[in-house]
Write a protein that binds this ligand. Structure first.
Ligand code: PLP
Length: 370
């Protein structure tokens, strides 16, 4: 990224400075394409996953240069990120929300039932690779099989934002038609992402219109420095992927057994199914998440209540709601995320801080009940 700061050229200009910027962007595009196993021309850089999801979740996609009929319906997993739930461009009556099972996975029976009603129609499905609040890995392969069996004209958008760098995220592992990434979730800078396509697809109505950048699918001068950061993070991620995942899962398991011992009443979400190695979502009944969060913050530990993106607002998590978690328990839910830089020392700090917070809150509760 530091080297890219010296590239003052606009990547669309033909002078030497412009060509240098362009070479950097195209190198990054090739790296991203190799990572997901597609062609570079099928990688579109965006300002992040929100933009990529808003761009692709439209009824107007064209597989060739000929205009095609709009999609009839968007089927969307109830636990998707807000950028899917509120960012798609389908009309409200063309959207069907599919519920989740209590273990935090998409309800495949419910999906099958809805698909029966749309058999043979043009169907788009939005299902994330893994959930951002619980870390639960979603049944992408099974959902894809059901989708393809229902109609020959389908499009599967898979938000791989949380899963990137933690589980395999290429088109072999996730057989979707579009994979969405955000660099800051795999070690890159915030504000840059990618929309990766398995085949040539044109956005009938690009979100950003203007210049012809990004194959005319996303107008605007490219963010060269951020794109360099995304490509650098991809390299780092590929080198340490397996070791990091194993190490983080071990730390996560240690934290889990600590919580179970200190607070036996604690509920840990999604533990019955496959989860990302770095995410732990739990609730201690009767202990408000906001209160715990503030105690931990004072001790220098940053955790989230529900989704980080909506942390400013005290609002029940729609994911836990979809998992049919009791609202009072959902209000106590804490999400703990480990990063590549998290080691035993950080976990020990958390345990110390959590135990202190837990005992202080408990003592206060006992006092006010007396
Ligand atoms: N999808 C998921 C699963 C996320 O967790 C996030 C952000 O946290 C997004 C999409 C949106 O990404 P961005 O903020 O980069 O637009």
């Amino acid at each position: 990224m530091i080297a890219a700061m010296d590239l003052c050229g606009n990547a669309s200009s033909i002078h030497a400075e412009g060509r240098a910027a362009r070479a950097l962007i195209e190198g990054a595009r090739e790296a991203m394409a190799r990572f997901v196993k597609t062609l570079p021309r099928r990688v579109i850089f965006t300002s992040g996953a929100t933009e990529a999801l808003n761009a692709i979740l439209t009824p107007r996609l064209e597989r060739s240069n000929r205009p095609t009929a709009p999609f009839d319906v968007l089927l969307v997993n109830a636990g998707e990120h807000a950028s899917v739930l509120f960012g798609h461009r389908f009309s409200a009556d063309a959207v069907e929300t599919i519920g989740m099972t209590p273990d935090g996975r998409l309800d495949l029976d419910a999906l099958a039932k809805v698909l029966e009603r749309y058999a043979g129609r043009r169907i788009m499905l939005a299902l994330q690779a893994a959930n951002n609040e619980t870390g639960v890995v979603q049944p992408v392969l099974q959902a894809e099989a059901l989708l393809r069996a229902a109609s020959s004209d389908t499009f599967f958008v898979c938000d791989a934002v949380q899963a990137a760098g933690k589980i395999a995220c290429d088109f072999d592992a996730l057989p979707a038609d579009a994979l969405i990434f955000s660099a800051h979730k795999f070690g890159g800078p915030a504000g840059i992402g990618a929309l990766c396509l398995r085949e040539d697809v044109l956005l009938g109505e690009p979100l950003l219109r203007g210049g012809g950048q990004e194959f005319r699918q996303r107008a605007g001068t490219q963010a060269v420095i951020s794109i360099a950061g995304l490509a650098g993070a991809l390299v780092d991620m590929r080198e340490t992927f397996v070791q990091d995942s194993v190490r983080l899962a071990q730390l996560r398991d240690q934290l889990e057994s600590f919580l179970r011992t200190l607070a036996p009443a604690a509920v840990l979400f999604g533990t019955e199914v496959e989860r990302l190695p770095n995410t732990l979502c739990f609730a201690v009944p009767g202990m408000e998440a906001q209160v715990l969060l503030m105690f931990l913050d004072v001790e220098g530990v940053a955790v989230s209540s529900g989704a980080a993106c909506s942390s400013g607002k005290v609002k029940a998590s729609h994911v836990l709601e979809a998992m049919r978690v009791d609202p009072s328990l959902a209000g106590a839910a804490i999400r703990l995320s480990l990063g590549w830089t998290s080691h035993l020392e950080e976990c020990a700090l958390f345990m110390q801080a959590f135990e202190k917070a837990f005992r202080t809150i408990k003592a206060r509760q006992v006092k006010s009940a007396a």
